[in-house]
Write a protein that binds this ligand. Sequence first.
Ligand SMILES: [Zn+2]
Length: 498
Amino acid sequence: MHRRDFIKKSAGLAALAGASPFADLASVAAAETPARRKTIGIQIGAVSFVDEGTDKVLDILQERGAVDTVYLTTFTYGRGLAGRQIPGQPFPDHGAQESDEKTFHGGNYATPHAEFYRDTVLKQTRAPEHGDLDIVANVLPAAQKRGMRVFCSIEDVFRSDAPGVKELTEVDLQGRQAGGLCLCHPDVRAFWTGLATDLCKSYDIDGILFFNERNGPLLNALGASHAQSIASSRVTCFCEHHQRAAKERGIDFERARQGYQKLDQFIQAALKGQRPSDGYFVEFWRLLVEWPEIIAWDRLFDAAKHQVLAEVNAAVKRVRPGLQVGFHIEHVNSFNPIFRATRNYAELATMADFLKVVVYNNCGGERYANFIRNVGSTAFRDVPKEELLRFNNRLLNYGDEATLDELATAGLSPGYVFRETQRALAGVQGKCKVLPGIDIGIPTGAKSRKASPEDTYAAVAAALKAGADGLILSRKYSEMRLENLKAAGRAVRDSQKG
Ligand SMILES: [Zn+2]
């Protein structure tokens, strides 16, 4: 379809959004759904509907993927959830076969309504790349007509040139402006609650899925997430709002700063192989013992991150208690025991209706190997990395996964998906639903594991067998090959047959 025709048609569909004649049909279908039925969702961005046509895409999702819920990327400046295939990666077998590298911008793919952004400087976030198209108004009636549910995915990823962003950025250890937005800043908090309220009030959606993959200063210093470099000199946030929050909690700002400077010195020396006389791990642990403010400041980051989640949840429930809120639990929670210790599933369950727990097994191999190499070059430098991997596997209750050298090409096993799903289910203690995020074609390095229909089938089957309440096919449709999507759908249907 020509883009102009598409937009014209979208405007017509948008007009239908408020009063869909099929809305009643959809709720009847939902009411008749057996209680045990699992919800099968997929993450998808605006560009896929623009490139391939709304109804055609929904047909594919339903028929091939057995999908009943659309997690529609509505706010982000990031390419993980929005845009076509990321540059440098092969295109899947559908959609436009041309990179959107030059046209991709990001922002709000729905229509921001000014009254919801009064208390924030982040007023102009409209994504420009699809003209006047409002993706929620476009997709919602078409999905509802089919009895599909629609959630708006919103993600904490910004671009530095978006209006207002520069006023809200974090401050790093050395007093420099950093890239992320400070989660303690009142304008940032007002933005998230404003955005969630806007989407829930302006559209007849089913709820919100909130993404925030940002880490606190301790993990960033160690490079202890997946795709991270070790950035101990650039940790955040030491801004005035954080100083105030620290004071309220009785945390000494100056000591926190000094603690992170000591940690930075330790990390930089470790990277050069300058072994402390007591060994790397002992010196690292000693820093934490002598400078407890290091942990306290990291906790402060998590507190702000979870405060935003709690506020988004409350804002959504204020619009309508039946609306659902989900929280994306990032991959590092799976393979980093230090991070795991800071994520209490039962506590998170009190702030959300469901947790999307990342159990990406193909890219998981590459990411886990990167994590081991990073922590193995600083705090655990005395341990040969292969041994460190085996030891960490035990800590995490992983099965017999591949060796470090083979991990990226082998990926993680379906057993990993099963175990991580069960851990999350045990953790939430029935207080919220667990929807594992299944990896379908998440980009990896040239020689690393790529999704196959067999992998995808096995991962979906493992998650469902473990007792998941459903799943979310990830990261985005514009990365997925249709044969893999079809394999996911086949696994879902086979599991429904029992
Ligand atoms: Zn701050």
